[in-house]
Design a protein around this ligand. Sequence first.
Ligand SMILES: C[S@@+](CC[C@H](N)C(=O)[O-])C[C@H]1O[C@@H](n2cnc3c(N)ncnc32)[C@H](O)[C@@H]1O
Length: 328
Amino acid sequence: MHRVREAPAQSAPAPLPGTLAHDALTGLSAQPKRLPSKYFYDTRGSRLFEQIMRLPGYYPTRVEAALLRTHAEALLAEAAPGDAPIELLELGCGDGSKTLTLCRAWLKAGATLVYRPMDISPQALDRLGARMARQLPLLPVRPLCGDYFQTWPIPQAHRRQVALFLGSNLGNFTDAEAHRFLRRVRVHLRPGDSLVLGLDLRKDPHTVLAAYDDPEGVTAAFNLNLLTRLNRELGMDFVPDAFRHYASYCPLQGVARSYLVSQAQQTVHSRVLGRAFDFLAGEVIHTEQSQKYERAGVQAMVEACGFAMGAWFEDRALPYALVVCRAE
Ligand SMILES: C[S@@+](CC[C@H](N)C(=O)[O-])C[C@H]1O[C@@H](n2cnc3c(N)ncnc32)[C@H](O)[C@@H]1O
């Protein structure tokens, strides 16, 4: 089956690995086609994700926020025992709304805290900085714009680092990527530092699926916005209406997946890549996966990556966990 063609009049230099151009070229040339979920978060995508977090069916944000509120002091004692000053480094912070509550509680409990939100989206960091300044003016905030696979702040000798990775973002990685990510974090942390993971756990498949397929259509708009981004940044001519959002959940693997489904046979071109990509009617682009975890699997994974598993705070009604991983 012929799926990728050279566009006749154009030739473009090979894009650099790690760029949108490279990942789009590789992903749209693959079989099945795929696009990395990290490209969802342009200005519109970040705003749509904030709307998703407020949807009734999107339980992860609500449940995680409640766990952070309920266990804030216990988390402080587990993740940063003693009274050393703390650098709280949030990886992929997004709007940081849940962390605001945590920071407030930690300051109230007497912690000396610097908050370092890190994100690839400068817009998300700008909005978060403004909100923190308004709502928690006494908290020092030092944002860091970058990719958490490439950037890490230089640790300060007198500060304990606590890395936060919330929203079950680890579940967006493949198993190999999750291990690579955890090993990388572990390399940067010093003994006594820790990583706090927010992880979605296996539960009723209907509940999981509803979180990725809202009747309001916000998740569909979020998914389709990826095509609008490719049009803008890679000179592509996707017609978003010619694709449809599709979500699935496999309870055997514990994986939710999102796709964009081509509604017709069509060819899409990129001026920047100098390429054309053919789609069959019904062909999919895989855009996101969300792994749902079990405790034993989490323990095996974090230990394989050099952490000792510490406290586990779980919501039993809608299974979700905050896990303290200690660098020892
Ligand atoms: C699903 S949102 C979650 C935000 C937040 N952690 C939460 O729980 O609400 C993912 C965030 O991670 C950011 N992100 C995705 N890939 C990233 C990367 N490789 N490096 C840094 N940030 C990234 C996105 O820009 C987005 O703001």
